[in-house]
Design a protein around this ligand. Structure first.
Ligand code: DX5
Ligand code: ZN
Length: 217
């Protein structure tokens, strides 16, 4: 499975609906970055905009919550149209409870790890997750440079999942583009979140073609 989830944070937000339509033929999901200015040093968007995005597309929307107190909001994000919801391990004191809440709301649940957080912290809870999102930049902004050593984390997580024959998808987010795509896919990533990589590429169809054509030895 090789999917692209397009991060609208990187699009021309003054033309949001047109931007989604422009890349829609080449993507599988829409990635919605929610930042609270507390957990990360930036503030983005919330529930009303998610409702608006929902009216622009039939694609699944994945909400990446970079917020504290996610427990309070997951149900409302599901109601507003997110069919995947991700929360940060670093921001959730009771991660298991939060994951349960996401699932009870009917959405698929993923845990997110910052670059410095080892994948092994998810060893026990892995069985409960639909996906793990590995940050390949520090969360907060689009257009940052891919951190090379995170590729090793993708490989380690792939091994953990395989050893236990689990069906947990691996997502990556941050600096994923035509240049870095091959190494993350061959390391085991299946859902590629792309901001600049898709919205700032003059030819988004080429990104799709390149993804399909990747061969790993
Ligand atoms: C960063 C966000 C990303 C960001 C990705 O905190 O979680 O989703 O928009 O943008 P690029 O692909 O440009 O790094
Ligand atoms: Zn994100």
């Amino acid at each position: 499975m090789r999917l692209i989830s397009a991060s609208i944070l990187a699009c021309d937000l003054s033309r949001l609906a047109e931007e989604i339509k422009r890349v829609q033929p080449y993507i599988d999901m829409v990635h919605f970055d929610v930042m609270d200015g507390v957990f990360v040093p930036n503030i983005t968007f919330g529930l009303p905009l998610l409702e608006a995005v929902k009216t622009c597309t039939d694609l699944p929307i994945d909400a990446h919550l970079m917020i504290i107190d996610a427990d309070k909001y997951v149900e409302r994000f599901a109601q507003a149209g997110a069919s995947w919801i991700g929360v940060h391990y670093e921001a959730c004191t009771h991660l298991h409870r939060t994951i349960q809440k996401i699932k009870e709301s009917g959405a698929k649940a993923y845990a997110v790890l910052n670059p410095h957080t080892p994948v092994e912290v998810l060893t026990d809870i892995l069985v409960e997750l639909d996906a793990v999102l590995l940050m390949t930049v520090n969360p907060g902004f689009s257009g940052q440079k891919f951190i090379e050593w995170t590729v090793e984390k993708i490989k380690r997580l792939r091994r953990m999942i395989k050893e236990r024959s689990l069906d947990v998808k691996i997502m990556v987010d941050g600096g994923v583009n035509e240049e870095t795509m091959q190494k993350v896919v061959c390391a085991g990533a299946e859902i590629l979140v792309m901001g600049y990589g898709i919205f700032r590429n003059p030819d988004p169809s080429s990104v799709r073609r390149m993804l399909e054509g990747i061969e790993c030895s």
